[in-house]
Design a protein around this ligand. Structure first.
Ligand code: NAD
Length: 374
């Protein structure tokens, strides 16, 4: 078993999620490498102190440059507000470390392109975080779509819905301000999740019309006052892509105001012969359409058929922490040359492609017109 020593910059929501995935790495049974968390950097002392529960995490610092100077760190995972992505990602690469970057991979398209050029000149192994395609149902939908079993593809819908912003008393955080989240707002926040599988299938939007909506203009700031919230909160992108030489409607949905949805990622691909649907609202269930003399929607419970094998019983249902761990398994396996045809993490090129879609969506919203994507 080879140890890969990981440092985390940004020990907030996602930094802690990753640390907990490493802490139960014994669940993974078919990979000869394991991540060992050795260092964390965060400006907030309360965030740092949580990492006391990880004995291997011996370096805790408020200054991420100290983490980057630590020769005991091989790979750095960065989970900080979007306005800091470019500076921190480029600093990680300049320090000679490999990187698992959080989405959206820079605050906007120009930033993402600069990061990509730093990645290419550094020669480091870099991928972007996007864990939802590692659900067994998502994998099955991907394989069916890739395998051409669906006949002529009629339409594709891929999206990610949240609902907690419907509560006007929910305090604002950096994700509700364009300065820190980016002008893209919900596109930056949830867009990679919606775009990853279509992009991996080669189904890039050629042109699109965007409908973007804002929610509440202000929210409690958590200190007794109110904070201005200026980001787009819902985005529906009506686009055309090309599948097998034919133009096909592809709808990408990213919503913070979707009544009742809690972190609901979904994909639906409908074809003339067959179709497939998966949503994390039913995390072990796959729906498959079959056209025969009669037409059927069939439903099966897939259980725990993850790409990387685990000790977890095959009948159990997968969840968010499981797919986070699977994503890390894919990152580490690919870094070691051990991916063996399994689904890999989002590439820097795919991350830039998402920003090309977001930039076109912002422009489409502004001009209220259909935009070609170059
Ligand atoms: N993959 C996913 O499903 C998923 C889910 C949520 C968020 N994210 C992404 O993860 C990233 C972080 O989001 P989050 O929800 O964890 O945010 P968060 O606010 O919970 O955590 C961010 C942390 O970064 C720290 N920080 C800020 N500036 C820093 C600096 N200069 N040096 C060190 N630490 C610093 C903050 O103190 C905070 O603890 C974003 O890019 C976001 O889009 C991904």
């Amino acid at each position: 078993m080879k140890d890969i020593r990981v440092g985390i910059i940004g020990g907030g929501l996602m930094g802690r999620e990753m640390a907990s995935a490493f802490a139960r790495w014994c669940a993974i049974t078919d990979l000869p490498v394991r991540p060992v968390l050795v260092a964390v950097a965060d400006l907030n002392p309360a965030s740092l102190s949580w990492f006391e529960c990880i004995p291997s995490c011996v370096q805790k610092t408020a200054d991420y440059r100290e983490l980057l100077a630590n020769p005991a760190v091989d790979v750095v995972y960065v989970a900080v507000p979007h306005n800091l992505h470019e500076k921190l990602y480029c600093d990680v690469l300049a320090a000679g470390k490999d990187l698992l970057a959080e989405k959206p991979f820079g605050i906007d398209l120009a930033s993402a392109r600069r990061i990509l050029s730093a990645v290419e000149s550094s020669g480091r192994f870099v991928r972007c975080s996007s864990e939802m395609p590692f659900f067994p149902g998502a994998q099955r939908a991907f394989e069916m779509a890739r395998g051409g079993q669906l006949g002529r593809v009629l339409e594709v819908v891929s999206g990610f819905h949240h609902s907690s912003d419907l509560d006007p008393t929910k305090p604002a955080n950096w994700k509700r301000s364009s300065v820190t989240c980016g002008e893209g707002g919900v596109l930056n926040d949830l867009g990679m999740h919606a775009c990853h599988v279509p992009l991996r299938l080669g189904w890039r939007p050629k042109r699109l019309y965007a409908q973007l909506q804002k929610g509440y203009g202000q929210r409690p700031d958590g200190r007794g006052g109110m904070a201005v919230c200026d980001t787009w909160d819902n985005a529906v992108l009506h686009s055309w892509t090309e599948v097998g030489g034919v133009e096909v409607p592809l709808r990408l949905e990213m919503k913070r105001l979707a009544p009742g949805a809690t972190n609901t990622w979904f994909i639906e691909v409908l074809g003339t012969e067959s179709g497939v649907r998966f949503s994390t609202s039913m995390p072990k269930t796959l729906e498959v359409f079959e056209r025969g003399k009669e037409q059927w929607w069939k439903r099966t419970d897939l259980g725990f058929g993850t790409p990387f094998k685990t000790v977890t019983g095959g009948i159990f249902e997968p969840g968010f922490p499981d797919v986070i761990q699977q994503m890390w398994a894919a990152y580490l396996a690919e870094r070691e040359g051990l991916l063996e045809g399994r689904f890999g993490c989002a590439t820097p090129q795919e991350a830039v492609a998402t920003h090309e879609i977001f930039a076109a969506a912002l422009e489409s919203q502004k001009s209220q017109s259909v935009l070609e994507i170059g």
